[in-house]
Design a protein around this ligand. Structure first.
Ligand code: A3P
Length: 306
């Protein structure tokens, strides 16, 4: 098996994706055992594309009848503890995690590309997928800053020098990469099955969160009623899940997620274009060339915010 080490994370190539080795067994098990319900909701993303934000939004939208905004569990609990990843469930119990007794509808997240989800995932259920993508330059920097602060495994190596890590990223050698395969898999599925896969872009959501909250709720079959609209619930949910609000909650300032990963490390800057503070114009140009070579003809533009 081909192996590599990207920014301190040992990885192996499995079915065309770079899988962190500690997740290989959970992946094999979930491919074999996970069965979505027709009502299940799966949030899919590359790491650092906006997973935390979407977890919060999905939780708030789906559970809006259970909790008034001022009593939302999001005020006291990190979003990663409210919506867990499939990889995490199968990491903790590799044979048979108890997924049947979770509150309905079940909401999961995943960093896995569509092609390694359980075979038949798209045909054997009517479950829904919400995918969020992000400008790869910002995603790269966000992930790098995260890995500089957090050792995912106690014995993993320190991150590579920036230019080496960037080279590998541009070659698609990074966790769950190549990024273009990851993004295009969900993009194409969203064109083929718009009722099943909603494709979102982090930057669009930043520019107009409110209309995206509405769009997500409609996609999930949970549109806001006239009465909810009148009460301003869409704006309230957008506010509750905003970067500033979540970052400044006590739980996210002080708590720890698992191992040594601080809740606060999921809330860094939350900006568009922070790559400019770290990468040269030549590096951005190189990324543009990669995107053109790999994604032209797909109809998707990822460099709107370069
Ligand atoms: P930065 O490192 O650029 O600040 P993920 O949740 O997929 O791990 O991604 C983390 C990135 O999303 C970080 O980006 C983080 O600051 C940003 N983020 C977290 N919560 C957010 C929110 N509510 N709104 C917008 N961005 C958010």
């Amino acid at each position: 098996q081909q192996q590599n080490n990207w920014d301190g994370v040992p990885m192996c190539l499995y079915q065309g994706i770079w899988c962190p080795i500690f997740l290989l067994r959970p992946l094999l098990s979930l491919q074999k055992n996970f069965k979505p319900h027709d009502t299940s909701i799966l949030l899919a993303s590359l790491p650092k594309a906006g997973t935390t934000w979407l977890k919060a939004l999905l939780f708030a939208i789906v559970n809006r009848d259970r909790f008034p905004i001022d009593q939302s569990p999001l005020l006291t609990t990190n979003p990663h503890k409210l919506v867990l990843s499939l990889e995490c469930y199968y990491y903790v119990d590799q044979v048979n995690p108890d997924l049947e007794n979770l509150p309905q509808p079940r909401v999961f997240s995943t960093h896995l590309p569509l092609n390694v989800l359980p075979p038949g995932f798209m045909i054997n259920s009517t479950s829904k997928i919400v995918y969020v993508s992000r400008n790869p330059l910002d995603q790269f920097i966000s992930e790098r800053e995260f890995l500089l602060k957090n050792r995912l495994l106690p014995d993993c190596e320190p991150p590579l020098p920036l230019d080496q890590a960037f080279d590998m990223f541009c070659e698609g050698v990074h966790a769950f990469g190549p990024f273009w395969e990851h993004i295009l898999g969900y993009w194409r599925a969203s064109l083929e099955n718009p009722d099943r896969v909603l494709f979102l872009q982090y930057e669009d959501m930043k520019r107009d969160t409110v209309s995206h909250v509405r769009k997500i709720a409609e996609f999930l079959g949970l549109p806001f009623s006239d009465e909810e609209e009148k009460r301003g619930m869409v704006g309230e949910i957008s506010q509750l899940c905003s970067f500033e609000k979540l970052k400044n909650l006590e739980t996210n300032k002080t708590g720890v997620l698992h191992g040594n990963v601080a809740n606060s490390s999921f809330f860094r800057k939350g900006e568009i274009g922070d790559w400019r503070n770290h990468l040269s114009p030549d590096m951005a140009e190189r990324m543009k060339e990669v995107i053109d070579a790999k994604m032209s003809g797909s109809g998707l533009k990822l460099d709107n915010y370069f």
